[in-house]
Design a protein around this ligand. Structure first.
Ligand code: ADP
Ligand code: MG
Length: 731
């Protein structure tokens, strides 16, 4: 066996299991201990400061300088009690990671002593260099400064003796350079629009919060094997490798027992997460071998997004301790399922009601239907934008690959709700007033919507946007994505839709003299008809759906470069601008960054697959071929020509096959390099991405196909890369 592969496997075999540190505490004893949240604030803040911070969290009010000074010194006291020496603003730039710039509390005094300082201004604002993060042309070269600014609605937390302050990140000129800024604005727009609509039903509603419960899928792989695979360590996915004889076809991994080594890892990252206030609760095996999932209890969307970003960091860090690597790529292994990140989304009121949960009375159910139907209508209008929100090079491998929802956006709502909508469509008059009898009948029907919707809990798993009884589940989000990308779109489009709904209903009330309920019924009825095309209850994986969707005029963007177009359509630019979420320039910059990211990813993959094919695959294949040639020459020396033909036939065939595969691989590498050179001359970001997508990437498949054939032909002893069967079964 080749030395690298041998060493990797040997270290795996000799691995001592890593035990968890003793955990005598109950989760409730340490949950949130590392967070400057409710408990710490009550203990450390004055009553006045506490109330001001709460008001900022709940109503987005400004925190004055003197209060910020109080908060910062309380935070410092709390943090220093836990051994903290440094602080950092923690933010989410558009490269998809989280960023930090650490500063010490330490400050020397002129007399040689030193003190610990953390002022209100340290808390409120920092100035990291914006030029080291993607900005899509927003940053002028002469003004590289960017600002981070405190987000009081997400509590500060402690990691590795550092106090981390969640912040937004904007350019010198105030444009967003991160995910959080537009998300906060989208949530604000949604709050206002939803509160206005709630007034039809309940005057006590003064605040509506979007809630998000994500489910994170991931793969684990042994560290030694990871290092022996340059494709995994450089691109996060395997670019080569033949499927193992046994993959996921027996479905024995899903809900099977979790290997001890993995359980130890899970416990460890879960307890770190819980300490940081991430309410993680569920863990289980996923469909593919080595694939797992975890999920928290849902939270306010901005906090949930921060917690997901934080969790991904923690998972990576803790994995190293356990000699694992965690793969968050959407498709680390060909031929077995990839990973997603379901975003469960709903709306909660300050009165404690879930607006997407059917109620007990006709009135609460009309409120439910209002939010439910408006969401479907928004999805119908902005389906292409929803597709754009989840587009990435990694996710392209999943969408439409019969393992994840297709790239066609549609909603599953279940038979019971389908019937309710059909009834409404039939019974509500399109114009004019209803008779009292008609109205009573309608209300009776609505009152009968059951609180538990049976087929929604069973769930159609092939739908990208499924109603699951009291929330929508956006399933097409990629496992490595920042949830904000999806959440900005969902919340903004629903905000806009609710605003339009309110205007229409108010119009009918004042102009047509309809009563409130009649007006609501009429508008909802029209929305049901108009958005019907976006509803699909069947199998989203089937070819029939692709045809049916095309007939309905629904888009089907298989690849990222085209999917991203929807970001810069007039409709989208207007949507974001009207709701004060992003200016045209901000959206265009983001579009550009995403195209660049896409291109870079494919470019790196192209280089890596070229290198591996040239440095590992071809040399190994030739070495083996040479062995066969020597053997054949030996046979020739000892046999007469008839016996020789019989003895050497099979080997001659293999020698021939190896030459054929090697030739195709070599030619493909050369052509791929030429395609890259041609592409690199293109300066337009979209055209460049398109060239990488359609002129460079297709070579991957050819190279892989022939390399994988060689893997089956060449002596296992010589093969240098760990094989799928070795990487995929941790025990
Ligand atoms: P399961 O899918 O295992 O049956 P649930 O349906 O309860 O479990 O929840 C799946 C995910 O949806 C969890 O992350 C959960 O926190 C989240 N979730 C549940 N209710 C809501 C809600 N109202 N808003 C947002 N997310 C929710
Ligand atoms: Mg789910």
């Amino acid at each position: 066996m080749s030395t690298i592969r041998f060493k990797a496997l040997e270290s795996l075999i000799n691995r001592e299991p890593i035990m968890n540190a003793a955990q005598p505490e109950k989760i409730s004893d340490y949950f949130g201990k590392g967070v400057f949240g409710e408990t710490a604030m009550r203990e450390y803040l004055s009553k006045e400061a506490y109330e001001k911070v709460k008001d900022a969290i709940e109503h987005g009010s400004r925190i004055e300088r003197d209060i910020a000074d109080q908060v910062s010194s309380s935070m410092k006291a709390w943090a220093m009690n836990q051994g903290v020496t440094h602080f950092t603003h923690w933010f989410q730039p558009l490269n998809g990671a989280t960023a930090e710039k650490h500063d010490s509390f330490f400050e020397p005094l002129p007399d040689g002593r030193a003190i610990e300082v953390f002022s209100g201004s340290n808390l409120i604002q920092q100035e990291p260099d914006a030029s080291s993060f993607p900005n899509g042309g927003i940053r002028n070269t002469f003004e590289a400064r960017g600002y981070t600014a405190w987000d009081p609605s997400s509590p500060a937390f402690i990691i590795s003796n550092t106090l981390c302050i969640p912040t937004i990140f904007v350019s010198y000129t105030g444009e967003a350079l991160d995910f959080k800024t537009p998300l906060l604005k989208a949530l604000h727009a949604l709050d206002h629009a939803a509160v206005d609509v709630c007034q039809y039903f309940d005057k006590n509603v003064t605040k509506v919060t979007a809630t998000l419960g994500w489910e994170q899928e991931y793969f684990l792989i042994d560290e030694a094997l990871y290092h022996a695979r340059p494709d995994l360590s450089l691109t996060g996915r395997t670019l080569l490798g033949h499927s193992p004889a046994k993959g996921q076809q027996l479905e024995d991994h899903y809900f099977g027992s979790i290997p001890d080594r993995v359980t130890a890892y899970m416990r460890d990252f879960e307890s770190e997460s819980l300490r940081l206030g991430i309410p993680i609760r569920t863990r289980h095996n996923e469909v593919a071998p080595n694939q797992f999932e975890c999920a928290p209890i849902f939270e306010e969307a901005n906090l949930a997004v921060d917690h997901n970003q934080l969790l991904m960091d923690i998972m990576h860090k803790v994995a190293r301790r356990h000699r694992f690597r965690v793969l968050l790529h959407e498709k680390p292994f060909a031929g077995i399922n990839g990973s997603g990140k379901h975003n469960n989304w709903s709306l909660a009121t300050n009165t404690g009601k879930n607006l997407l949960s059917p109620g007990k009375t006709p009135k609460t159910n009309l409120q439910f239907l209002t939010f439910f139907i408006n969401t479907l209508k928004a999805l119908h209008t902005h389906a292409d934008l929803m597709r754009a929100a989840i587009a990435s090079a990694g996710n392209d491998h999943r969408l439409g690959a019969n393992e994840a929802p297709p790239a066609i956006i549609s909603a599953f709502i279940g038979t019971q709700l389908t019937n309710v909508l059909d009834e409404l469509e039939k019974k509500v008059k399109t114009t004019g007033k209803m008779t009292p009898d008609e109205k009573t009948e309608l209300k009776l029907g609505i009152g009968k919507i059951p609180q538990i919707l049976l087929d929604n809990t069973d769930r159609n798993r092939t739908s990208p946007f499924a109603f699951t009884g009291n929330k929508f589940e956006f399933r097409a989000v990629g496992s490595s994505a920042n949830c904000s990308s999806a959440m900005i779109v969902v919340n903004t489009m629903v905000a806009q839709q609710l605003k339009e709904f309110k205007i229409e209903v108010d119009g009918l009330i004042s102009k047509k003299k309809l009563d409130k309920e009649e007006a609501i019924f009429q508008v909802l009825r029209r929305y049901i008809s108009e958005s019907k095309n976006i509803r699909f209850e069947g199998n989203g994986y089937g070819d029939e759906w692709v045809k049916e969707a095309a007939k309905r005029g629904l888009s089907n963007f298989a690849k990222t470069p085209e999917a991203l177009d929807a970001f810069v359509s007039k409709q989208t630019l207007d949507l974001f601008e009207k709701n004060n979420v992003m200016s045209h320039r901000e959206v265009e910059a983001r579009h550009e960054i995403q195209l660049e990211t896409y291109t870079k990813k494919i470019q790196i993959e192209s280089r890596v697959i070229g290198d591996i094919a040239a440095n590992h695959i071809i040399p190994t294949a030739l070495k083996y071929q040479n062995q066969l040639i020597n053997n054949v020459q030996g046979l020739k020396a000892i046999f007469d020509s008839k016996a020789f033909n019989k003895a050497a036939g099979a080997q001659l065939e293999i020698i021939q096959e190896i030459s054929e595969h090697v030739t195709i691989i070599k030619n493909s590498i050369d052509e791929m390099i030429e395609a890259r050179k041609t592409a690199n001359k293109i300066s337009d970001a979209k055209k460049l991405a398109v060239a990488y997508c359609y002129k460079v990437q297709p070579f991957f498949e050819t190279i892989r196909y022939h390399a994988d054939k060689l893997e089956l032909l060449v002596d296992d002893e010589m093969w240098s890369l760990p094989k799928y069967r070795e990487m995929l079964f941790i025990n």
